[in-house]
Ligand binder design. Structure first.
Ligand code: SAM
Length: 277
């Protein structure tokens, strides 16, 4: 009996899991060691304690550009152009670095500017040219700046728009309180449900990124539904945790798609973009 025949014979016996144990242990140990290395590096090099920032893996970036291409029905090359646009925007990058370095919360923020899935938000705004974007959940204002940059570029091409950004924390949004980005941002402090109820202009693009509990996410989509312009696009940052937007899409006769990002060199498994349109 040769080695292959022996392995096949063992595979048919109750001893099979015991015989496979060393190989299984080596595989899971390799995986866990990678996560532990990334975690240790992050603990030493990063200051962030929530709303982590990171680069996406190359493959995850490819998938994101295709995701936007399908949702917005535009060629993938055009999406790549939008992604290159935000990533080569040195004025925005420099502003974020400077504002972070002097912010009151600088001890809890990293100097490096890393947009992750937000480049997908940028590309969607560039592709669809909304007149009114609403973002719930602002934190430092990184996403708000990305959205505002896309709106400023759209305005240069004759398609002006504004973003209303809602947060319950009065200190939120410090990155987006500086011109030229602030010129297209309306920062509203208060609970998002009340703030959505008070919106007095139709919403073309809505992004949920505030309280990520299932109940609150659902309340936001229910609250914004009567405020939407025809053909509005709904986005959620919570798509890796809940099915709320998919259920909303089904109830309201929309299509739904989800993208899951993969961070590069980070222990965090990543978030994603859910879209209903
Ligand atoms: C994940 S962060 C937002 C991240 C941001 N969109 C970005 O791109 O970096 C979540 C934010 O939601 C805010 N928030 C939590 N509950 C809220 C509520 N009920 N209404 C409005 N904002 C809320 C928090 O204060 C926090 O700043």
């Amino acid at each position: 009996m040769d080695a292959t025949q022996l392995r096949r014979a063992i595979a048919r016996t109750p001893l099979a899991p015991v015989a496979a144990f060393p190989k299984r242990l080596a595989r899971v140990a390799r995986h866990d060691a990678k996560v532990l290395r990334a975690s240790a590096r992050w603990l030493v090099t990063s200051r962030e304690h929530h709303n982590y920032t990171y680069e996406l893996t190359k493959l995850s970036r490819h998938h994101l550009t295709w995701f936007v291409s399908v949702v917005c029905d535009i060629p993938v090359q055009q999406v790549r152009g939008y992604v290159a646009e935000i990533e080569s925007d040195d004025v925005l990058r420099h502003h974020i670095e400077q504002a972070t370095a002097t912010a009151a919360r600088r001890g809890l923020a990293d100097k490096n500017v890393r947009y992750a899935r937000r480049v997908g938000w940028y590309a969607i705004v560039r592709a669809t040219r909304p007149a009114h974007v609403v973002e719930t959940g602002v934190d430092k204002g990184l996403g708000t700046c990305v959205l505002a940059s896309a709106l400023l570029r759209n305005a240069q091409e004759g398609h002006p728009g504004r973003v209303t950004s809602l947060d319950i924390n009065p200190e939120a949004g410090y990155l987006a309180r500086v011109a030229p980005w602030s010129e297209v941002v309306d920062l509203v402090i208060g609970d998002s449900i009340a703030s959505i109820g008070a919106l007095d202009r139709p919403v073309d693009l809505f992004l949920h990124d505030s309280d990520h509990s299932r109940a609150h996410e659902k309340r936001e989509f229910d609250a914004v539904e009567p405020k939407l312009a025809p053909g509005a696009i709904l986005l959620t940052d919570n798509v890796t945790s809940t099915n709320v937007l998919a259920e909303h899409a089904e109830r309201t006769g929309r299509r739904f798609l989800a993208y899951r990002e993969s961070p590069a060199n980070h222990w965090y498994p990543g978030d994603g973009i859910g879209v209903a349109w």
